[in-house]
Write a new protein. Structure first.
Length: 240
């Protein structure tokens, strides 16, 4: 694998899928109440899993195989049709009649926070599709009642293969990061390489907190302008 490096992105790179996800959030109802209600109407099956190792908010149903292929300390947990008794449950999944993910709940495992935050720390819901793209919205528990949009995930497909995965991260109502993975596959259909782009928005690197801690310090990070906004961008390429 090639190590992380700070370099200008390829000249032909455009975070357009990230832009499509941003547009989706603006033009569709991705509110917690709406997505939860829609999932509850459509869920036909429930599944559970353990924590695995370093799984994300969609747990074992994460569509991207990036971490499975390139991250050594990652393990996808097995999925159970009944609540397991020998494995501590850390995720609960709601599926439709065709085994498609509609909701993923990441349990709150800290007893000290259970009373304040409730059972689930993260709740992720299927938000919809836009042509070749599928979108999920993840809400973080602020307290028992309040849930705040934390992550929006977009998956763009080319035929049956996942061509691109993007992650938009929010703090409050401000989008602070856009991460984009572009995938390449071998003749056997196995993932062989990925170009990853980390785009940091001005909402983070110009914030008072960033200035207080000296972020990004003396590191010179290339800039990429997209839709009139200048993002700091780090690019890396991983290959087998």
């Amino acid at each position: 694998m090639h190590p992380l490096h700070v370099a200008p992105p390829p000249a032909d790179f455009s975070p357009e899928t990230c832009g499509r996800v941003m547009d989706f959030v603006k033009t569709n109802d991705v509110s917690y109440a709406h997505l939860k209600a829609e999932a509850e109407k459509r869920v036909r099956q429930t599944r559970w899993s353990g924590a695995g190792k370093n799984m994300g908010v969609l747990g074992s149903f994460e569509p991207s195989r990036f971490h499975d292929t390139f991250v050594g300390n990652f393990r996808r947990a097995g999925v159970y049709k009944k609540i397991p008794v020998r494995t501590p449950v850390r995720y609960e999944y709601g599926l439709d009649e065709k085994d498609r993910l509609l909701a993923a709940f990441q349990y709150n495992t800290d007893p000290r926070l259970m009373k304040r935050l409730g059972k689930n720390y993260y709740e992720s819901y299927f938000a919809g599709t836009d042509g070749d793209m599928t979108v999920y919205a993840c809400y973080e528990a602020i307290d028992q009642e309040e849930k705040e949009l934390s992550i929006v995930l977009g998956y763009r497909y080319d035929g049956g293969a996942l061509a691109e995965a993007v992650k938009l991260t929010y703090i409050g109502e401000a989008m602070t990061n856009m991460d984009c993975d572009l995938f390449s596959y071998g003749a056997d259909g196995a993932l062989v390489s990925a170009d990853t782009f980390y785009l940091t928005s001005p909402a983070l690197y110009t914030s008072p907190i960033a200035k207080a801690i000296g972020f990004p310090g003396g590191l010179s990070i290339p800039m990429l302008s997209y839709r009139g906004v200048d993002y700091q961008i780090i690019h890396r390429r991983l290959s087998l």
